[in-house]
Write a protein that binds this ligand. Structure first.
Ligand code: PMP
Length: 419
C-alpha cells in the first residue's frame, strides 16, 4: 500500500480512528524479523516446538470425520465439545466453570474488544495497570475511554493506588488486569493483592477484567488462585489457547456470570456471527488427547530455559544502575534504566546492532515509560536470548560512556549512540 497517496476519505472516517495508528509492536515486526536481528520484541509463541505429526493427525481426523461440521457456520457461543474441554481445563486450575458459562472468541484479543464494546461509553474512565498490555490499550481505545493508570510493582497492581482514586470519587467502568506473568511487566500479583483487589472492587461495585493467557506457563513456585476463583460474581475471566497450544488457531474464551454473557454474546455475534468451527474442532480434538499435556510441558521447559538465559545475561552484562523483573512464568522481562535513557530513541541503533525490543512508552496510555523496555525471551533460543541481551548491554554501556564523557568539562564527547 502506497503510504503517501492522499486519502480522499480523510474527513469521512469516524473520530475514533484518529487515535488508531500502527502499534509500535506491529511496526517493529518488519525490522525485527530480518534474520540477522535477534528479536526480543514481539511475544511470539515458539510454535516450532509443537509436534507437527500430532497436529496433522488432529486436522486430518477433524476433516475426515467431522468435515461437514468443521466447514459450516456454528453457534455464536461456540462449539459445545470445545467448551466442555475448556471447562475441564479451568476446573483443573481451580476456576469453577461449566460449558454454559463459557463463550468462545477469536483469540483473547476479540474478547478484549467486546469487553470494550459493552462497557465503555466515550469519556468513561477505565482503570488499567501502568504498564499494560498494548493490545488491550488499543482494543479499549476504540471506544474512547479515559485511562486511569494504576502503577504496579513486583507484587502486581498497587491496589492502594486504585483505592486512593476511588476515595477521590473516581468510578471506572472496570478494572483491567493481567495477574499472572504480566505483559509487559513479567510480574505476578500476590495473593494479598488479589484479595485486596477483589474486596475493593466488590465494595465499589466495579467489575474486574482478568486477562490470563499465560496462566499455565508457570516455571517455578505454586499457582495463585485466580481473581475469578476469589470472587466469581464480580470477575470476568478471559484466556486463550494462543500460548498453550497455537496462536494461529485464534481460540480465546471468556467465562463470566450469565448477566454479563447476555450482553457479551450478542455484541460478539454482531462482530463475527460465530467463531470458526474448523479451529474449534481442531482445538477440541487436540485437548482431548492426553499428549497435549506433554507438549505443554515441553513448551514450559523451553521457555524456562530461555527465561534463565535472559536473567543470567542481564545479571552479567546489563548496566549496574538498571533494574529488571524476575518472571516466574510467561514471556517477558521488564527493565528500567536510569531516567536519562530514552528507549524509543535508542531502538534504531539497537536494530543496527542487531537486537530489537519494545520501548516502554508503548505500554502506557499517557506515553510515559521512556526509560523502560520489554524483553521477550520466548522466541529466540537460549543462546540467542543471551546474545541479544549482550548486544543491547553493549549499546547501553556505550550510551552511558558517551554521556559521562559529555559531562566531563573539556572532554570531547564520543559519538552518542542513536543520535
Ligand atoms: N492478553 C494478553 C495479556 C496478551 O499478552 C495477549 C497476546 N499477546 C492477548 C491477550 C491476546 O492474545 P490472543 O488474541 O492471541 O489470545
Amino acid at each position: 500500500m502506497a503510504e503517501n497517496t492522499p486519502d480522499p476519505y480523510v474527513d469521512l472516517y469516524a473520530r475514533r480512528t484518529a487515535g488508531m495508528s500502527a502499534s509500535e509492536v506491529r511496526a517493529l515486526f518488519a525490522v525485527a524479523s530480518r534474520p540477522e536481528v535477534i528479536s526480543l520484541a514481539g511475544g511470539m509463541p515458539f510454535v516450532q516446538a509443537l509436534p507437527r505429526e500430532h497436529i496433522l493427525e488432529v486436522v486430518t481426523k477433524v476433516i475426515t470425520e467431522r468435515g461437514d461440521l468443521a466447514l459450516q457456520y456454528g453457534g455464536g457461543v461456540g462449539h459445545l465439545g470445545l467448551r466442555e474441554r475448556l471447562a475441564d481445563l479451568l476446573n483443573g486450575e481451580g476456576i469453577a466453570a461449566d460449558p454454559g458459562s463459557i463463550v468462545i472468541t477469536m483469540g483473547g484479543q476479540q474478547a478484549l474488544d467486546i469487553i470494550g464494546r459493552i462497557f465503555i461509553d466515550p469519556g468513561d474512565q477505565i482503570a488499567v495497570e501502568a504498564p499494560s498490555y498494548v493490545g488491550a490499550l488499543s482494543a479499549f481505545s476504540a471506544y474512547e475511554p479515559e485511562f486511569l493508570q494504576v502503577p504496579l510493582d513486583d507484587e502486581g497492581m498497587i491496589v492502594d493506588e486504585l483505592e486512593a482514586h476511588l476515595r477521590g470519587g473516581v468510578r471506572p467502568a472496570f478494572v483491567y488486569t493481567v495477574p499472572n506473568f504480566h505483559n509487559p511487566a513479567g510480574v505476578t500479583m500476590s495473593l494479598a493483592r488479589r484479595e485486596q483487589l477483589v474486596a475493593v472492587c466488590r465494595d465499589a461495585g466495579i467489575p474486574i477484567i482478568e486477562d490470563d493467557p499465560y496462566r499455565a506457563l508457570r516455571f517455578d513456585g505454586d499457582p495463585i488462585p485466580a481473581l475469578r476463583t476469589l470472587d466469581p460474581a464480580n470477575v470476568i475471566y478471559l484466556s486463550s489457547l494462543s500460548k498453550v497450544f497455537a496462536a494461529g488457531i485464534r481460540i480465546g474464551y471468556v467465562t463470566a456470570e450469565p448477566s454479563v454473557l447476555q450482553r457479551f454474546l450478542p455484541a460478539k455475534e454482531a462482530a463475527d456471527l460465530c467463531p470458526s468451527n474448523l479451529s474449534q474442532l481442531i482445538a477440541e480434538e487436540y485437548l482431548s488427547d492426553e499428549r497435549w499435556e506433554a507438549n505443554l510441558q515441553t513448551l514450559i521447559d523451553i521457555y524456562r530455559e530461555r527465561r534463565d538465559a535472559c536473567l543470567a545475561a542481564l545479571a552479567e552484562h546489563f548496566p549496574t544502575d538498571a533494574t529488571w523483573t524476575h518472571p516466574s512464568g510467561g514471556f517477558y522481562v521488564w527493565a528500567t534504566l536510569p531516567d536519562v535513557f530514552d528507549t524509543a530513541r535508542m531502538l534504531p541503533t539497537a536494530v543496527e546492532r542487531r537486537v530489537a525490543y519494545v520501548p516502554g512508552t508503548a505500554f502506557y496510555p499517557d506515553g510515559s515509560g521512556a526509560n523502560r523496555l520489554r524483553l521477550a525471551y520466548c522466541y529466540p533460543d537460549a543462546a540467542d536470548v543471551a546474545e541479544g541481551v549482550r548486544r543491547l548491554s553493549g549499546l547501553l554501556n556505550d550510551e552511558e560512556s558517551a554521556r559521562a564523557a559529555a559531562t566531563v568539562p573539556g572532554a570531547v564527547p564520543g559519538r552518542a549512540a542513536g543520535s
